[in-house]
Ligand binder design. Structure first.
Ligand SMILES: Nc1ncnc2c1ncn2[C@@H]1O[C@H](COP(=O)(O)OP(=O)(O)O)[C@@H](O)[C@H]1O
Ligand SMILES: O=C(CO)[C@@H](O)[C@H](O)COP(=O)(O)O
Length: 624
């Protein structure tokens, strides 16, 4: 495979060896370290009593709960997963959720609690599992964004009196919650609430400027407003509201306190004043709560926000110590959102993006500019520190990510990814001559975020793009489901990048579908950029980002001012010094150097370039 000119490797991203220079997306600064400086740092690091330490990162995403363990050099040591549909079938979820009427999508909170029980059981029964758990010095991780948990007044006493002979699920019962299901990020039932909230503060531009995003159906603020309007008695009875991230922080501390939300994840609510970063947006709170006095009560329910991503929210609960032999000094670092955690496992340079192909498809980049736009999202960067220079994470999010790809695989390729790939390869890339008549399909199985209002399956054929029920060659759907998604990425990402071409310099692909070579090739070719992957596994970048956050939190016990990037760089020096040990007897996973996995077929890139105008026109038609 020829390495294209824009693929000059600096191995700052996606794990790997420490570099003599470090780029800090937090400050936008690049610093160089002489080898003498590195040698001094290495000696200092080797004196720290970390040799045996492990760090856990969890990822409670839509379809699964994953756990990664890393050592003090941030090398992967073990991984475990609980898949909701398969491992907890009694909750009867499909792809982790229940889909109801009028766009309502929820997940049972009890399922997540049982998943934590099952995950810990699996870990402790695995080879060396008990040993691994006993060596954990800090735990952190991520939750799917926007989804919320509604605690009752009984929660604190239930959480602080857990009996280690019983499971979490048998003790943190429905009594702990006012609502036993959590509105999922795929929910689209709050369109009215979104428009009302935007109108209350002067429109979508104003909402984006103040909170980082225009109002979105899945965001927590519109969901809370709908709850207050439709079930006021349950809203009133709710004592505290958590995001999935702060729900997990609370669960792992289990000290009776409902823990603070972390700022980056709180940006997915349309309630946090990201423009100033100073607090909840009082006008929005007032609107959602229904009055001035009521706003103060909503603020109490939401609690404070943790703006320092590297602090400890508490220590691991005694239930975990007594039942699973975890170290009572183990720190719990505030969990964040899944996308913020994913970006943390990379140190992106200007022009580089992470493309996460999970249940949702997302594009992530880091920036020091606050440049909100109604078509994308801006969140606080998850490694910000209180009082420090603020930076941001920009994101595009597609609801119809892996599920439409699976739908096409099941309908046209007998449920096999290999057969799906054969269809994609058989059709091949378009030539420049074919571009003006290339068929284009749209697969909005769920109400789409981008383009807003996209819904249903649409096929267009011919130069004029006349709508057809099905393509003349139905197998074309396999290629079309990839092409239309990546053409949409291409259309939108240019507005977020400052590069002269409007295209990314490098792509880091993560998430379940990044295992698929055909998908990576097409992504690379449509976006005209080389694709890299973080070592052996790219499906765990989110939980690895959580591990790094946990490590950072622990390192700050002895170096209170340590920044996230410096913590990561220091940890990787141990790899050079060879002082950290996994002791699990397995090859390290997930944290090897990034590898080039796909390069553009530039002739086809030209053809995709020529398709952009038609694509944008047909997409508008599909949304009419
Ligand atoms: N070989 C493959 N080709 C394409 N998609 C895949 C492949 N393997 C897994 N996937 C997709 O990955 C998705 C899960 O991705 P993952 O990142 O684990 O999800 P989540 O976003 O819930 O964390 C599944 O829905 C599946 O469709
Ligand atoms: O809604 C968003 C981001 O705004 C989604 O990205 C969710 O955060 C869920 O992620 P996955 O389950 O696909 O990881």
């Amino acid at each position: 495979m020829a390495i294209p000119p824009n693929a000059i490797i600096n191995d700052l991203s996606g794990g790997g060896m420490p570099s003599p220079f470090s780029y800090d997306p937090h400050s936008g600064e690049t610093r160089t370290f002489s080898w003498q400086e590195q040698q001094r740092e290495l000696s200092a690091i080797q004196q720290q009593p970390m040799d045996d330490s492990l760090f856990i990162g969890l990822d409670l995403s839509t379809q699964a709960l994953k756990a990664s363990f890393v050592n003090a050099a941030l090398e992967g040591v073990a991984e475990h997963v609980v898949r909701f549909d398969e491992d907890l079938p009694h909750f009867k979820t499909k792809s982790g959720v229940h889909s109801g009427e009028k766009g309502k999508v929820t997940s049972p909170v009890a399922m997540w609690i049982e998943a934590v029980d099952l995950l810990l059981d699996r870990i402790s029964k695995a080879e060396n599992g008990k040993d691994l758990l006993s060596r954990v010095k800090a735990i952190s991780g991520a939750g799917q964004q926007h989804a919320s948990v509604y605690w009752s007044t009984s929660a604190p006493s239930l959480l602080s009196s857990l009996d280690p002979t019983k499971t979490l699920a048998s003790q943190i019962t429905d009594e702990a919650f006012t609502i036993t299901t959590s509105p999922n990020w795929q929910d689209s039932s709050t369109t009215k609430e979104c428009r009302d909230m935007e109108q209350a503060i002067g429109g979508e531009e104003a909402m984006a400027r103040r909170t980082g995003s225009r109002a979105h159906e899945r965001f927590t603020g519109p969901q809370i407003l709908k709850l207050r309007r439709e079930q006021p008695e349950l809203y009133e009875k709710t004592d505290k509201i958590s995001l999935v991230s702060s729900f997990l922080t609370t669960l792992f501390c289990a000290d009776g306190e409902i823990k603070a939300m972390e700022e980056s994840d709180a940006c997915g609510m349309n309630l946090w004043d990201l423009e100033t970063g100073d607090g909840w947006d009082q006008e929005l709170l007032k609107y959602v709560a229904g009055g001035e006095k009521e706003a103060a009560e909503l603020e109490r329910k939401l609690g404070p926000i943790e703006k320092d991503g590297g602090v400890a929210a508490g220590k691991i609960g005694t239930w975990f110590v007594k039942r699973y032999g975890m170290n009572e000094e183990c720190l719990v670092n505030p969990f964040t959102g899944d996308n913020p955690a994913t970006i943390l496992s990379f140190s992106l340079l200007t022009g580089e993006v992470v493309v996460s192909l999970g249940t949702s498809d997302t594009i992530l980049l880091s920036t020091t500019d606050y440049a909100p736009n109604p078509d994308s999202h801006v969140f606080a960067y998850p490694a910000n520190r209180a009082g420090g220079k603020r930076s941001y994470m920009a994101m595009l999010c597609y609801k119809n990510g892996s599920l439409p790809r699976e739908h096409i695989r099941d309908q046209y390729a007998e449920g096999s990814w290999d057969k799906f790939n054969d269809l994609v390869d058989n059709i091949g890339y378009p030539t420049l001559e074919q571009a003006p008549t290339r068929p284009i399909g749209f697969y909005f199985l769920k109400h789409e975020i981008i383009p807003h209002n996209g819904y249903g399956i649409h096929h267009f054929e011919g130069a004029d793009g006349h709508a057809v029920e099905e393509f003349s060659d139905p197998t074309f759907n396999a290629r079309a489901v990839l092409e239309s998604q990546f053409l949409s990425f291409r259309l939108r990402v240019s507005g977020m990048l400052s590069s002269s071409t409007g295209l990314p310099l490098r792509i880091f692909a993560v998430g379940g579908a990044s295992a698929n070579q055909c998908i990576k090739n097409t992504l690379s070719t449509v976006l005209a950029a080389p694709v890299f992957q973080p070592g052996a596994s790219s499906a765990n970048s989110c939980s690895i980002g959580g591990c790094m956050k946990a490590y950072w939190c622990y390192a700050r016990l002895t170096q209170p001012d340590l920044g996230f990037e410096d913590a990561v760089r220091q940890a990787r020096l141990r790899k050079v010094g060879g002082t950290a040990t996994g002791r699990a007897g397995k090859a390290p996973k997930g944290e090897a150097s990034s590898q080039l996995v796909a390069v553009p077929d530039y002739a086809a890139t030209d053809a995709y370039d020529a398709m952009m105008e038609r694509f944008a026109k047909f997409e508008k038609r599909a949304c009419e």
